[in-house]
Design a binder for this molecule. Structure first.
Ligand code: F6P
Length: 333
């Protein structure tokens, strides 16, 4: 079978007018930065200063050195390409406009540079998540200031989203709105090669992912759903369920894309708004999941329809196989 690299895939998409040259170059740049992060993650404890406690990020959470480094790799890779108006990440309180000595482009980039970072020291998969929006325009056709307000668009406006998983292999998953495609990093040629064309999530599943240590704090609909799964063949579902929880959203979502499943980080008595970030975790993952035939809600509303009010706002997330997400969502009504 002929190998299709990510670059070839993107050129074909540009020829078919699904994306323009700027978006192609932006995605290529992000993928290049992910390769650099992958190399660094793979060095593990052999790299200087690996894993040690460093500073706090804007949410007061402990940041590890690799989070900071991954953020810098993505910032440096993206600021000079001329495709972006501004960018923001989990590690930055405010958006960073593109420096004036570089050309300014039409896109806004949001990212979580190293998702699941509590797993770095224990050699479990981590990853990078990104979302691309268009910078809004003024009435006269000029671009708006690329400030926080420009970023506060519902997820359905995303023009591209993707994530990389740094696991036993490095995988790059992408949607530009016409399906979901996965690419594996070939370490000999250092190129991403398409290995997962047209990913589709089965509508039914017998596998759920949730952090059960929060069970006592869940709302009634989530309790009911998990209770029914746990009763297996003897309960109302009439079938046994399996459970997985990697505690890296990228790895859990990649599993859902690969063989179906439902992933949940619901709101609970402690995380009243949920735990995951809407703009650079839930929205890109929801776009990808829907493009693969799955669904993503916060229990009540489609994630892609949530109106954001802050760059770092949290939300509940229930995503994956359509029939299971429908069921949990219906329990909320
Ligand atoms: O972004 C946060 C994150 O690390 C996700 O990747 C993951 O799904 C979740 O948090 C893990 O949460 P917990 O520590 O509660 O298992």
């Amino acid at each position: 079978m002929r190998r299709v690299t990510l670059s070839q895939f993107l050129v074909a998409r540009q020829r078919d007018k699904v994306i323009n040259a700027d978006l192609r170059l932006l995605i290529e740049t992000i993928a290049r930065a992910c390769k650099a992060i992958s190399t660094r993650v793979n060095k593990g404890a052999l790299a200087d200063g690996h894993g040690g406690l460093d500073t706090s990020n804007v949410h007061g959470e402990v940041q590890k050195k690799l989070d900071v480094l991954s953020n810098e790799i993505l910032l440096e890779a993206n600021e000079w390409g001329g495709n972006l108006a501004a960018l923001v990440s989990e590690e930055m309180e405010n958006p960073q406009p593109i420096p004036t000595h570089y050309p300014r482009g039409e896109y806004l980039l949001l990212f979580d540079p190293l998702d699941g970072s509590s797993n770095i020291d224990v050699n479990i998969s981590v990853g990078t998540i990104f979302s691309v929006l268009r910078c809004p325009k003024n009435a006269d056709g000029s671009y708006c200031d690329a400030n926080e307000q420009a970023f506060l668009q519902p997820g359905r406006h995303q023009v591209a989203a993707g994530f990389a998983v740094y696991g036993p292999t490095t995988v790059f998953v992408l949607t530009v709105g016409d399906g979901v495609f996965g690419f594996t990093l070939d370490r000999e040629t250092f190129t991403f090669v398409q290995t997962h064309p047209e990913i589709r999530i089965p509508a039914d599943t017998q596998e759920f992912a949730i952090n059960c240590s929060n069970a006592r704090r869940w709302e009634a609909p989530v309790k009911r759903y998990i209770d029914e799964c746990l009763q297996g063949k003897d309960g109302p579902r009439g079938k046994d369920f399996n459970m997985r929880w990697v505690a890296s959203m990228v790895a859990d979502v990649f599993r859902v894309l690969s063989r179906g499943g439902i992933f949940m980080y619901p709101r609970d008595a402690k995380n009243k708004d949920g735990r995951l970030r809407l703009m650079y975790e839930a929205n890109p993952m929801a776009f990808i999941i829907e493009q693969a035939g799955g669904e993503a809600t916060d229990g009540r509303t489609r994630i892609l329809d949530l109106e954001p009010h802050g760059l770092h706002q949290r939300c509940a997330v229930i995503l994956g196989s359509k029939n299971e997400v429908d069921r949990v969502t219906s329990y909320h009504q």
